[in-house]
Design a binder for this molecule. Structure first.
Ligand SMILES: C[S@@+](CC[C@H](N)C(=O)[O-])C[C@H]1O[C@@H](n2cnc3c(N)ncnc32)[C@H](O)[C@@H]1O
Length: 210
């Protein structure tokens, strides 16, 4: 099947064919760690995961005490993630919904204290990055956090999968101009899963209060 990142059928096929290459098989250590950093995440209760996929990280945040909503437009991923939540007894605290993130509209405006990004931004076409920012801005409350574990962020020269994410891309999109977010934390995680070690950048950004 030809790659078309805007077509849920492409992603659904990947899930139907078996465990997709991006599935880490469990929550990734940098996000496990951030979820439990109550100082960094002070005031965070309602959390959205965009492009939540198998849902391992979202489930772990629910386990850490947050109310979590995962959004993904691939039906098999959403089904499996909801089953995992139920099996873990987290169905009340963690729900997954089939939705195109670009269509998250009014019902979600200002609802979330934090949005978590992991390997979703690299899956959308670079021409849609402005729209991605608009969605994040829309669903975050004023002062809310974008917790981005940006991958693949090795600089320079690495492409995919499928699109490269340079620090400069994140910075240009969120940290400049009118309505710029504030960078509240940045690091190269020492505890990334082995195959992504040195290729991820954790950047936590705060939406302005107004
Ligand atoms: C590379 S996978 C990563 C999944 C998950 N974040 C993880 O770490 O395992 C990208 C995910 O984003 C989803 N996705 C891509 N574009 C989307 C969109 N416009 N709306 C909702 N989900 C989208 C895909 O269905 C896929 O599950």
């Amino acid at each position: 099947m030809q790659f078309n990142e805007d077509d849920p059928a492409f992603w659904e096929r990947c899930y139907e064919e078996g465990e997709p290459g991006w599935d880490a098989g469990g929550p990734v250590p940098p996000l496990v760690r951030v979820a439990r950093d109550r100082e960094l995440l002070a005031g965070v209760e309602q959390v959205a995961f965009v492009g939540s996929g198998p849902g391992h990280d979202a489930l772990d945040w629910a386990r850490a005490g947050y109310h979590v909503m995962g959004f993904d437009f691939a039906a098999p991923a959403v089904r499996a993630a909801n089953e995992r939540a139920r099996a873990a007894g987290l169905g009340e605290r963690c729900r997954f919904q089939r939705a195109d993130l670009f269509e998250l509209g009014e019902p979600y405006a200002g609802v979330f204290d934090a949005v978590v990004e992991y390997t979703c931004f690299c899956a959308i076409h670079p021409e849609r990055r402005g729209e991605y920012r608009e969605v994040v801005e829309r669903i975050l409350r004023p002062g809310g956090l974008l917790v981005g574990l940006w991958f693949p962020a090795s600089d320079p020269g690495e492409n995919g999968p499928p699109y490269r994410v340079r620090r400069e891309d994140v910075s240009r999109l969120f940290l400049r101009g009118r309505g710029a977010f504030e960078l509240v934390h940045e690091e190269q995680p020492p505890d990334s899963i082995p195959r992504r070690l040195g290729r991820e950048r954790l950047m936590i950004l705060r939406k302005p209060l107004r």
